[in-house]
Write a protein that binds this ligand. Structure first.
Ligand code: ZN
Length: 296
């Protein structure tokens, strides 16, 4: 089997896995792989990714112009081209609509909390690219704003995108994004999410070299805000501790900044001072009666 044939067979296999795992429905999703400096092979538009054959693939140049293939390239090719333009080391892009990760994208909740050691070590933070109409340059522009610093993105009200230096690595990152989303959802349903401390995150990301993990980008400085070349990850500084419960009062140590304190609503950011108020049934009834009177 030649290289091109092998590559097409691998794209078929990854498409089948995306479909089998329920990461795509109907004709959703698309995959591309870059070959050499000037070409890429992409899935065609209008087919289920679970039922592709190698001969369906389309070859284009890096501006998206078709070079070979009976079908038309994926309608989301612009998004893939934006990735290859800004990350020359990237050889594969996978786009799908995995339901839990896409649920976070619909809710507008980024997967940007330091929760799982393996995710912190590999992907780091998974932000949300702004909503853009699918298949337009809007979506490609939204991806462009994050792709220099991230290997995994949520796409607002749409799906997820993962990239890597080879096809299976990009696919596995899609699995990681969805797995991380499921675990985050369960933890939030349970009402509690301990975070890795900033110091532990630094330690984990320091291990990347040892395991040969190509780091997408360093963390932004704690007070530096968002930047296109660094990652924002919620990890409270807490020297000497590996795990932090952000809902618990900050220890009285002067070394620990008060940012770690504050209550957290389900799925929301920390809201310092937003303490829970409990009312008895009688108090609640009186409040409602009062509000109804004022409405009249
Ligand atoms: Zn899509």
């Amino acid at each position: 089997m030649g290289n091109d044939e092998r590559l097409r067979a691998d794209i078929v296999e990854v498409g089948r896995r995306l479909h089998d795992r329920g990461f795509v429905a109907s004709n959703d999703g698309n995959i591309s792989v870059r070959i050499g400096d000037d070409r890429l092979v992409t899935t065609p538009t209008g087919v289920s990714k679970g039922f592709m054959t190698p001969d369906m693939m389309v070859t284009t140049d890096l501006s998206g112009r078709k070079l070979a293939g009976d079908r038309e390239p994926s309608s989301e090719l612009l998004m893939h081209l934006a990735v290859y333009e800004h990350r020359p080391e990237i050889r594969a892009v996978v786009h799908a609509h995995p339901p839990t990760a896409t649920g976070f994208a619909v809710a507008g909740i980024a997967l940007d909390r330091a929760v799982l050691a393996e995710v912190v070590c590999t992907l780091g933070s998974i932000p949300i690219a702004d909503y853009g109409t699918p298949s337009t340059s809007e979506l490609a522009d939204a991806v462009r704003r994050h792709i220099r610093a991230h290997d995994g993105l949520l796409l607002a009200n749409h799906g997820a995108l993962t990239i890597a230096d080879e096809l299976y690595a990009a696919y596995y990152k899609m699995e990681t994004v969805e797995h991380f989303a499921r675990i985050s959802l369960v933890a939030r349903q349970l009402g509690r999410e301990n975070l890795l401390s900033r110091e532990e995150v630094d330690r984990l990301q320091g291990l990347r070299d040892r395991y040969g993990i190509a780091a997408p980008a360093p963390l932004c400085p704690p007070d530096g805000g968002a930047d296109e070349d660094c990652q924002v990850l919620e990890a409270p500084s807490s020297p000497g501790r590996r795990l932090v419960d952000p809902a618990a009062p900050a220890p009285a140590s002067p070394d620990v900044p008060p940012a770690a304190a504050g209550r957290r609503g389900p799925g929301g950011g920390g809201v310092p001072g937003d303490d829970e108020v409990r009312l008895t049934y009688r108090e609640l009834t009186a409040l409602i009666a009062d509000a109804v009177t004022q409405l009249r």
